[in-house]
Design a protein around this ligand. Structure first.
Ligand code: MUC
Ligand code: MG
Length: 371
């Protein structure tokens, strides 16, 4: 069966509360949804999310759609979906970079291929090792008391016992105090991690990481700008607390350099950063070979994009830091008929054919930008 069409939609979905990062506060999250069809009318669906237009990374929703429509979609028409690795290899010969766009394309084709075989997508990536994985939540209200209340409530509900704090915005020293107060309030019941989203220079990082380490924080994500590999390497050798590369750890080549120079001792995986599921598996192998700790990252996708991440992360043996694929819990509405399940501090890997999510076409239509 051959691929007949590839369509891309940009959707703006409302969130339940503002979500504050260093570079942007999310009040409505933009996702890009892909739909591939074959000659018999079977469909495969995919999603990636972006954060804050061009402020988080180079891939914007508008560029993702334009580059798929113009350059990538014509290359996949007429191909057999089960050959998704070959298809993406050929795409890579003609399209540089554009990892988010490539992920939309590859994931939709994988969904279609897995559905045509009647199997969950994880079966095409070596099979499921985990049926569920630990799930962190990001406390990002910006207010200490609100964050403490939220953390205690989720501990009580057994929804999360790992909390990440976004501390790249505002006064770094006040932010460190904010983190220490939250850790003090939750004690040993929860792990507290921080994500600086590149906001510090090395001097600030030296002071703040020492205070965070002292306060019992268990991981520091992307404290320095992406270009500062040497600075990340110095922080990694200076501190005991794990230093995680996120925005700096995208392609297999970048992750190899991080491993080689120890510019971080852990990395956040995200299919969109690597250019798809196959590439993310390769990134995970490099990390495994180098002894880097792995984290199942998110760009705050809705249920479909989250299921894509979940299927891949389920095939990776050691997820030392668990995952943070909490996106669906932050959205007011859903574009799939079924929902991701979260229970007992873990995210449940969805089963069923493809990525295990049934698209709600009316919702896609409702939230899609009219272009
Ligand atoms: C990031 O930088 O990791 C993930 C969780 C969250 O709150 O923001 C994202 C992006
Ligand atoms: Mg991050």
């Amino acid at each position: 069966m051959k691929i007949k069409s590839f369509d891309v939609y940009i959707l703006d979905l409302p969130t339940i509360r503002p979500h504050q990062l260093a570079m942007h506060t999310i009040v409505s999250q933009t996702i890009v949804v892909g739909c591939v069809t074959d000659e018999e009318g079977n469909e495969g669906w995919s999603e990636v999310a972006t954060i804050g237009g061009a402020s988080y990374g180079e891939s914007t929703p508008e560029a993702i759609k334009a580059n798929i429509d113009t350059y990538i979609a014509p290359l996949v028409i007429g191909k057999d979906p089960i050959h998704f690795d070959k298809i993406m290899y050929e795409v890579s010969k003609q399209v540089r970079g554009n990892n988010f766009a490539k992920t939309v394309v590859e994931a939709a084709i994988v969904d279609l291929a897995a559905r045509s075989k009647g199997v969950p997508a994880y079966e095409l990536f070596g099979g499921q090792i985990h049926t569920s994985l630990p799930i962190a939540w990001t406390l990002a209200s910006g207010k200490t008391e609100t964050d403490i209340e939220e953390a205690k409530e989720f501990l009580h509900q057994k929804r999360h016992n790992i909390f990440k704090l976004k501390i790249g915005k505002g006064d770094p020293f006040k932010n460190v105090e904010h983190v220490r107060k939250i850790k003090e309030a939750v004690g040993d019941q929860a792990r507290i991690t921080v994500d600086v989203n590149q906001a510090w220079d090395e001097d600030t990082a030296n002071y703040c990481i020492a205070a965070l380490e002292d306060g019992g924080v268990s991981m520091v994500e992307q404290p320095l700008p992406t270009w500062n590999y040497e600075g990340m390497a110095r922080l990694t050798s200076r501190f005991k607390v794990p230093i995680m590369a996120d925005e700096a750890a995208n392609s297999v080549q970048e992750v190899f350099q991080i491993a080689k120079h120890r510019a971080g001792n852990s990395i956040a995986l995200k299919p969109c950063k690597a250019g798809g599921l196959t590439q993310t598996k390769k990134v995970a192998s490099i990390a495994e070979a180098a002894g880097l700790g792995l984290y199942g990252g998110t760009m705050i996708e809705s249920s479909l994009g989250t299921a894509i991440c979940a299927h891949l992360y389920a095939t990776i043996p050691e997820m030392k830091f668990g995952t943070e694929i909490f996106g669906p819990l932050l959205f007011k509405d859903n574009i799939t008929v079924n929902e991701m399940q979260y229970e007992n501090f873990e995210v449940v890997i969805p089963n069923g054919p493809g990525f295990g999510m049934e698209i709600d076409r009316e919702k896609v239509k409702h939230y899609a930008r009219k272009l």
